[in-house]
Ligand binder design. Structure first.
Ligand SMILES: [Mg+2]
Length: 505
């Protein structure tokens, strides 16, 4: 199917078949062709078994474009995609159809890989010339008013109705400022506005003062010592806000956008998915009409635990939007038997992916859902650090990940995971935690630089009515522009923070 983008370009939107096993949705297959092919490639190599050890913590070099997983090369299960070389000049497995031919594409890949190396080295050198120390860390707990119904932000027990967030301001001794944002969502995970604010104030801010903002490894290590891991990263949403503020600060000091820092071009606009969380089936048509009125063409639905309701919901959405990418997210709300029973039915309706069907710790269930193969299994809540991601990949428990910098401790870790997912030949989807402003900017930076191929479930602009930015994000034709300025590319208006402050924390 072809549709016309806002910039007038024709884009092809892939229509997915119902059956994952029989035909279809190939992990990594192209939903939106890149508007401008990245000279650095997608950073994706199909079929290789990723190991956390293969991804250096502080040396993310863009990988050459993975061959054999582009549009029209579908039909393969992730495990059956031929293994390809990580770099253009390394050994290609015997039997590969491209194993012995040094093509023009190989040459372009080599140039792309080296341009990434040069971009990183330039950044490293630039960082060495910047002499700055962290002088001040401030935390502002605020509340965004919510428009419409979304199950995660209902006010109960005296809590304010809205989207809580903590804005973080880090000031360097040379006066440079970096802004970050933590987006606790207590009905989604255990962090609250209060825990984020108090952890920053009492534990993390004192640790940061006097440190080199470029010493991310040292800072991450210190934060992990002070707030230790439990099963995974301790308080990742809180730490994400610090990571974002440091990224913004150092990017501004370097005068570089995220894509420039990473040596990537990616895409300028991110098509969005409209979230459907109806309380009754009668609401669906109106909710879809609201999304369409803003130019949205793709829809993600919240499902579980009522399968009768869920199937009717998906059937209705598919009938009203037959060509949209339909994405079902259970937020861990099914048990294994129910998930196994409903997955083939969702596939028959035309649902493209099945996100977090089971609670995060039901590993055996994930294995059996993968074995069933009715739909691609996408992880969200279950992947916080790259350690779990490595385990899930090694044990074959997933087909892809819905990335969220907010969930996994920030951009540093999220970027590492995007590269691991690509290297394993799995699907990289973009999602969020109803991110506002600075948090949204970070997600857009990552998804743009890494050329996201699916509509992003970034529903901050759908549900939130206020902004603390000088120039708030505007959805146009169902898409958001990736900010291009230094740091995270957005400017915070401090005057807008004050009226949104929560005083009793
Ligand atoms: Mg989710």
């Amino acid at each position: 199917m072809n549709s016309t983008r806002e910039d007038g370009r024709e884009e092809e939107v892939q229509t997915f078949s119902a059956s994952h096993k029989s035909k279809a949705l190939v992990p990594g297959s192209v939903l939106f062709p890149s508007p401008s092919p990245s000279p650095q490639g997608e950073g994706i190599v199909a079929g290789a078994q990723a190991s956390i050890r293969d991804v250096p913590r502080e040396s993310f070099l863009p990988l050459p474009k993975g061959e054999g997983r582009g549009e029209g090369e579908g039909g393969e299960n992730p495990s059956s995609i031929p293994e390809l070389s990580e770099t253009p000049n390394t050994h290609v497995p015997e039997g590969s159809r491209r194993s012995t031919i040094w093509t023009r594409r190989n040459f372009v890949q080599l140039l792309a890989a080296w341009s990434g190396v040069l971009a990183s080295r330039t950044t490293d050198r630039a960082a060495e010339t910047v002499n700055a120390r962290i002088a001040k860390v401030e935390s502002f707990p605020i509340n965004y008013p919510v428009v419409g119904h979304f199950k995660f932000f209902e006010g109960r027990g005296g809590r304010p109705n809205g989207r809580p967030a903590v804005v973080i301001k880090i000031t360097a001794d040379n006066g440079a400022i970096g802004w970050g944002q933590s987006v606790p969502t207590p009905r989604w995970s255990y962090e609250t506005l209060e825990t984020v604010h108090s952890t920053i104030k009492r534990y993390l801010a004192p640790e940061l003062i006097g440190r080199d903002p470029f010493d991310l490894e040292g800072i991450q290590s210190a934060m992990s010592r002070d707030i230790a891991p439990s099963f995974s990263t301790g308080q990742p949403i809180c730490k994400a806000g610090i990571d974002l503020a440091l990224f913004d600060l150092t990017g501004k000091l370097l005068k570089q956008s995220p894509a420039q820092r990473w040596g990537r071009t990616g895409r300028d606009r991110i098509p969005l998915s409209w979230t459907l969380n109806p309380r009754s089936l009668n609401e669906i048509e109106d909710l879809i009409a609201q999304g369409r009125a803003r130019g949205y063409r793709h829809f993600n639905v919240k499902v579980a635990p009522d399968t009768k309701f869920d199937l009717e919901l998906c059937r209705t959405v598919k009938r009203l939007v037959p060509d949209g990418f339909l994405w079902a997210d259970a937020n861990g709300g099914y048990d294994e038997a129910t998930a196994l029973a409903v997955a083939p039915k969702l596939a028959d309706i035309g649902v493209a992916v099945f996100e977090q069907p089971l609670p995060a710790n039901r590993l055996g269930g994930y294995r059996r859902l993968k074995q069933q193969g009715a739909l691609p299994i996408i992880m969200d809540e279950g992947i916080v650090s790259s350690v779990e991601l490595d385990e899930f990949i090694q044990f074959g428990l997933l087909d892809g990940v819905a990335m969220k910098p907010a969930r996994c401790g920030g951009l540093t870790e999220a970027r590492r995971q995007v590269e691991m997912v690509g290297k394993a030949g799995l699907m990289f989807l973009g999602s969020g935690l109803t991110d506002p402003d600075v948090s949204l900017a970070a997600s857009l930076a990552l998804y743009g630089a890494y050329d996201l191929k699916y509509p992003a479930a970034l529903n901050g602009p759908q549900f939130l009515s206020e902004s603390i930015l000088k120039r708030p994000f505007q959805v146009a034709d169902g898409q958001l522009a990736v900010p291009k300025g230094p740091g995270l590319g957005v400017e915070v208006d401090e005057g807008k923070i004050k009226p949104m402050l929560i005083k009793e924390v």
